[in-house]
Design a protein around this ligand. Structure first.
Ligand SMILES: Cc1cc2nc3c(=O)[nH]c(=O)nc-3n(C[C@H](O)[C@H](O)[C@H](O)COP(=O)(O)O)c2cc1C
Length: 352
């Protein structure tokens, strides 16, 4: 029993990370049914899509689950910056026989400016709501707590974690530099201290009163055991669940993951979405994101361009611009149903 398992009423101190585009209601339900905490990511959709996804999880399980939203600073449109970015990408579109779009748009809104999403969460009352990229407002915290919801937020530094604790959030997710997907950094204009999971978990567990969940590079029960020994109350695993049949990872993403790290690496770039994120290296990382590129449009406006470029290439069967988020431990991912993976992780952890 850890502070996290007793707070959430779950058997195993394991959270399946919310993964926009990859996690599904079926994945979350299978994880929760197996005694861990499943998560759905609704940050890249609207309130009605969130309501439908919550209903789908509830059809499959009565157990607690987590709903994740994005709390980034709302995007600031900058037509000149966006036009320069499209000019920069234009030859790549042309090489795929396509035209660059005429303009870019904010493809989804921040939870900070989405009262409809708050209304859905307060009325649906999932057991847990988690935040990525920053803090919700005090009013949002109050409304969600008033509905009896446990709140979690990602931190990549001690300073962010202290702000999470001061905001009254119940659990902090210590996201190390190893982690797949977007870094949860609050302010991307400041230098990123790039703290690894081991150092960050130890630091937060020593300095905070609220439970700490470790995230980043944890792929098996041995890793979960290690972070619990460092003072974490639980572990959040994303990359480990990508190959589960219940995920919506694309066949290409799965194929790369199965290569198992021979000649394939992960890296971090902001050139895809406008915010730093870790994924399997392709031309977005080493060419588009190479030194000397023009200023990148705000998150998620830049993502609109990346998705358009991928669509143009994919229409010709080219996967060079596919987005395959994954953490440093990806070569350790195992391919099995999510419930079986949770039981395997718990077994490995207990065997220690
Ligand atoms: C494919 C993918 C998508 C992700 N999407 C989200 C997301 O929508 N919201 C979020 O809070 N974290 C997201 N993350 C980050 C995870 O919450 C977590 O920090 C990370 O998966 C932990 O590192 P690991 O992948 O090495 O296990 C994503 C991670 C991956 C791999």
């Amino acid at each position: 029993m850890t502070a996290l398992t007793s707070l959430l009423g779950i058997r195993h101190p394991i959270i399946q990370a919310p993964m926009a585009g990859v996690s599904t209601p079926r994945l979350a339900a299978a994880v929760s049914e197996a005694g861990a905490l499943g998560s759905i990511a609704v940050g890249a959709g609207n309130a009605e899509q969130a309501r439908a996804a919550i209903a789908e999880v509830r059809k499959l399980t009565g157990k607690p689950f987590n709903v994740n939203v994005f709390t980034h600073r709302p995007a600031q449109a900058d037509p000149a910056r966006e036009a320069a970015w499209l000019d920069y990408l234009r030859p790549r579109f042309a090489a795929q026989g396509a035209q660059a779009p005429a303009s870019l748009r904010e493809i989804y809104t921040s939870f900070l400016g989405d009262p409809a999403m708050l209304e859905v969460l307060v009325s649906e009352r999932p057991a847990v709501v988690s935040f990525h990229f920053g803090l919700p407002t005090a009013q949002q915290v109050e409304a969600l707590h008033g509905a009896g919801i446990v709140l979690m937020a990602s931190a990549t530094s001690l300073e962010e974690a202290r702000r999470i604790e001061a905001a009254g959030i119940d659990v902090v997710v210590a996201q190390g530099y190893e982690a797949g997907g977007h870094r949860g950094v609050f302010d991307t204009e400041r230098p990123d201290p790039a703290i690894g999971t081991l150092a960050l978990v130890r630091l937060l567990a020593a300095r905070l009163r609220i439970p700490v969940v470790a995230a980043g590079g944890i792929m098996d029960g041995q890793g979960i055991d290690a972070v619990l020994r460092l003072g974490a109350s639980g572990a959040q695993l994303g990359t480990a669940f990508i190959l589960c049949p219940e995920s919506s990872a694309t066949p290409h993403h799965r194929g790369l993951m199965r290569q198992g790290g021979e000649g394939l690496d992960t890296a971090i770039t902001a050139a895809i979405s406008g915010r730093p994120a870790r994924g399997l290296v392709n031309p977005f990382f080493d060419a588009v994101g190479a030194a000397g590129h023009p200023p990148i449009p705000d998150y998620p406006i830049a993502y609109d361009a990346a998705k358009a470029l991928h669509a143009a290439a994919a229409a010709r069967g080219v996967q060079d611009y596919s987005v395959n988020w994954a953490g440093q431990g990806f070569a350790l991912a195992r391919e099995m149903p999510a419930g079986e993976l949770v039981r395997t992780l718990a077994g490995e952890m207990q065997a220690r």
